[in-house]
Ligand binder design. Sequence first.
Ligand code: GDD
Ligand code: MN
Length: 377
Amino acid sequence: MGDISGMKAPLLSIIIPTFNERGNMPLIIPGISKVLGREGIPYEIVVMDDDSPDGTARAVKELSDEYPQARCIVRTTDRGLSPSVIQGFVEARGDIYLVMDADLSHPVEALPRMYRSIVDDGADIVVGSRHTKGGGIENWPFMRRFISFGAALMARPLTTCSDPMSGFFAIRPEVLKNTELRPKGYKILLEILVKGRYGRISEVPITFKDREVGQSKLGSKVMLNYIQHLLELYLYPGSAPFFKFLFVGGTGMLVDLGMVSLLLLTLGDERLDILTFNGIRSFYLFQAVSFIYAVTWNFVWNRYWTFDARSGSSSVQYTRFMVVAIVAFLIRSALLFLAVDILGLDYQPLYQIALLSVILVVTVINYLGSKLWAFRK
Ligand code: GDD
Ligand code: MN
């Protein structure tokens, strides 16, 4: 899509959700127009207004004589910040979608850099970030900073982005292909980061300025809503895969143990070495069966849930996953042999410490083998 010489520059669609922002319209629309006009970047401004009683839509209409790039869509149902932004993605006609607040909290000066990150540098998502080097927040009280920091921390396992709570970001439309965004949470960017399809994400440092005109609409109800939203995103297939992998591994151990017990109870004997099959003691066979059973259990959950890898061939994935499990088991045995017989850690509690370290190492090997090989996309 890049701007190869001679081709028309990609159109930037700026989506601005509003509720009672009349006073900010004569500031932000000329502000955007000045910066982008200077840089020769083609754009449209799509104001998504929830039928504000203060006459925001009228203010946009009046400005559109001088700024024909700006239009206002008045919404009368399904109010809210996120639903407005999601509808904005449908209304936008450009090649790049950018979302920003109306209240000048997000500096218009950052727009050209964000645009170029996508057009020239090949990013799929660009985030105007307060938490990256060079970014910041102007005159925010300690408490609001603290809450914002905590909120960002809780989202850490879901994304590498330093500021997933930012309301200032741009995406290529393809990021949203085949993804269903749920407009429940206010944090639409976080939703996109978890559910969208993208490769490269980049960040542009911004200084967030508190609004001077009008009032903030986001109160304490938003906090609860955010926690709920986070929980939902943690459970979403493919998000925070390491956490899911550990959880699935834990349930797999229970399945393993349960299966062995079941076999012993139904087929075995009280003394483990009484029952034999062609000279092999039964519990060896039982544990091999339960191992395969548990690996299969883990495979199914990891395929659908941990890595969301349904698009790949399941037989190839299953074979690889089994190979990883067996190799990891062999490495585990070798490392334990090393610890006990070579390093001499054959007394307590050093043995337990060694065992724990080995289990941790093998878990990471298992995870990487699964992620980078078995379920690679
Ligand atoms: N259409 C619509 N409907 N727009 C809304 C609604 C709504 O119900 N509520 C708020 N907005 C618009 C506002 O008019 C403004 O343009 C933008 O959404 C942000 O709302 P503010 O009220 O200014 O919120 P804030 O400053 O507390 O929060 C902003 O900063 C956060 C980062 O700290 C938002 O941009 C958040 O998305 C952002 O995460
Ligand atoms: Mn604001």
